[in-house]
Structure formats: structure tokens, C-alpha cells
Design a binder for this molecule. Sequence first.
Ligand SMILES: NC(=O)c1ccc[n+]([C@@H]2O[C@H](COP(=O)([O-])OP(=O)(O)OC[C@H]3O[C@@H](n4cnc5c(N)ncnc54)[C@H](OP(=O)(O)O)[C@@H]3O)[C@@H](O)[C@H]2O)c1
Length: 99
Amino acid sequence: MAVTAAICAASAAAGLLGLFVVRKLRQRHWGYCTSKRSLDGLVCIVTGANSGIGKELAKEMARRGAKVVIACRNLDNARQAIEDIRCSGVPTGELVKLI
Ligand SMILES: NC(=O)c1ccc[n+]([C@@H]2O[C@H](COP(=O)([O-])OP(=O)(O)OC[C@H]3O[C@@H](n4cnc5c(N)ncnc54)[C@H](OP(=O)(O)O)[C@@H]3O)[C@@H](O)[C@H]2O)c1
């Protein structure tokens, strides 16, 4: 019984290790934006900016100094997104709510 449990645990560990290795190999081909170009003086409008990709995009644009218009369906969500972006340590850029 103990041997069976040990084999199961070893199989699970090997499976997890395999997934980790596959992910690391695939990661090398994922695209990353490495640009650090300043967006100072630009106005960017991001729709769906209160969560997910839109929020990350808005954060990055603010980090680079843009005036970012956070366009959302819900004003409270837009307000919360701006608060989150500021709390995440992005003091730059101007963040404007738009519904
Ligand atoms: N996440 C990924 O890795 C990934 C990869 C490739 C493609 N995509 C695609 O990129 C898009 C965004 O993905 P996500 O992960 O950032 O999604 P998400 O976190 O669910 O964010 C979706 C955003 O779009 C807004 N939205 C949804 N339906 C809307 C509508 N009918 N009118 C106006 N705004 C609307 C949402 O606003 P509310 O909060 O008001 O609902 C929210 O701000 C999706 O189409 C997704 O399929 C995502």
C-alpha cells in the first residue's frame, strides 16, 4: 500500500515537473513588449480598462507618462481601477474616468 502511494506521489510530482518544464520552454516564444519609450504628451483612450488586459495597458501607459482615459461602463469600476493603478506604485501619468 505504501509503495503504491509512493508511486502515485512520484508520478504526480513528475507530471507537475513536466508541466513546469513545458511552460518554461513555451515562455521563450511568448511575446513581450520591451519598449520603454516615453508617452509623455500623448493621450490614450483605453476601453474595458477596469480589469484584465485593459487595466494592465492603462497602467503601463500611465507609467510611461501618458494621459490615459479609462473608458468603462461603470464609473465606480473606473474609479477603483484608477485607485488600484495608483496603489500599485504608478505615480506618473494622468488618469481620467470616462463612461
Ligand atoms: N487575458 C488574456 O490572456 C487574453 C488573451 C488573448 C485575448 N484576450 C481577449 O482580450 C479581451 C479582454 O480580455 P481580459 O482578460 O482583459 O478580459 P476581462 O478581464 O474580462 O476584461 C474585459 C473588459 O471589457 C469590458 N467589457 C466586457 N464586455 C463589454 C461590453 N459589451 N461593452 C463594453 N465593455 C465591455 C469589461 O467591463 P465590465 O467590467 O464593465 O464588464 C472589462 O473592463 C477579451 O476579448 C479576451 O478574449 C484575452
